[in-house]
Design a protein around this ligand. Structure first.
Ligand SMILES: Cc1cc2nc3c(=O)[nH]c(=O)nc-3n(C[C@H](O)[C@H](O)[C@H](O)COP(=O)(O)OP(=O)(O)OC[C@H]3O[C@@H](n4cnc5c(N)ncnc54)[C@H](O)[C@@H]3O)c2cc1C
Length: 260
């Protein structure tokens, strides 16, 4: 969250002059850039607590999003948020039964995180695979179908009173001592005391304040490729894993409807 001006930022008078030239602006307490699962849940919490919130997104729900796996710690954090800020809908993410009942039938049960070493032009060797199986007693976490999850929480944010904009890309941010002026591609302008950037890896805030490390400290030659697949065989069925090395059948993961 930031509402503070940096050097060379325009003054409040400058920004309001610019805004008024373009038309009118709408005042709010908090503007959130990005209505993915992060922005929408944050918006719901703040609006539930009485803040006047504007939640904007460059795209439109339902839309593709990657990042489906829940782990036990996330489930616990979500539980704390639901209780502490009195947003019972967050509890609908806590176990697969609630997710399926309230959010959508396309979610799976999250039972393991699997990794397999890939060497170009060589079949994967099952002895070079690692599987972290989440103990059942810890969680009934889900493998989220983010199209549905994100749409659901966007609607929850609406229910608690957030002002919503879709197909609304923030193109200009101007900070001053009292807050921030945010201008969208459409020319619409919002004035807010605080801004939350939940826009993901293309963060306008990081761009505006040149927050990315150049060059980045972490150097690697890795790439990530991701998509959703339908109708593929489970890894266990194609890896020729010797029976003696397989986990007991009852602890094997059931295939989720989609995966990255
Ligand atoms: C390959 C891959 C696998 C992953 N797997 C996992 C996983 O298993 N588990 C996990 O927890 N996380 C995973 N992640 C990370 C996860 O995807 C992100 O942390 C998560 O999606 C972030 O959600 P979010 O709501 O913050 O952002 P997003 O879902 O990215 O939403 C950001 C929103 O901001 C909007 N936006 C962007 N720019 C603007 C703008 N200028 N103005 C207005 N709106 C804007 C976009 O339209 C978008 O809807 C994975 C990431 C990748 C790349």
């Amino acid at each position: 969250m930031t509402g503070k001006a940096e050097t060379q930022m325009p003054t409040k008078a400058d920004t309001q002059k610019t805004a008024s030239k373009a038309g009118e602006w709408t005042e709010c307490d908090v503007i959130i850039l990005g209505a993915g699962i992060g922005g929408s849940i944050t918006g719901a919490i703040l609006a539930r607590q009485g803040a006047k919130v504007v939640l904007v997104d460059a795209g439109q729900h339902p839309r593709f999003a990657v990042g489906e796996s829940q782990n036990p710690q996330l489930v616990e954090w979500l539980h704390i948020l639901a209780v502490r800020y009195d947003v019972p809908e967050i509890k609908h993410l806590l176990d697969i039964k609630a997710v399926t009942k309230y959010i959508g039938a396309h979610h799976g049960r999250k039972q393991s995180f699997g990794f397999v070493r890939h060497v170009p032009d060589r079949e994967p060797d099952p002895r070079e695979a690692t599987m972290f199986v989440i103990p059942k007693m810890l969680t009934e976490a889900s493998h989220m179908f983010r199209q549905d999850t994100d749409t659901y929480y966007f609607n929850v944010a609406a229910k608690y009173g957030c002002t919503l904009r879709q197909n609304w890309r923030a193109t200009d941010l101007d900070f001053d001592d009292d807050g921030v002026t945010v201008t969208g591609q459409s020319g619409e302008v919002f004035r807010a005391k605080y801004l939350i950037d939940a826009s993901g890896f293309r963060s306008p805030l990081a761009q505006k304040f040149d927050l990315r490390e150049k060059p980045a400290r972490i150097k690697h030659h890795a790439r990530s490729m991701f998509t959703h697949y339908v109708g593929i065989k489970p890894y266990d069925d194609v890896c020729n894993y010797p029976d003696a090395l397989r986990p007991p059948a009852e602890s094997r993961s059931t295939a989720a409807p989609c995966t990255t």
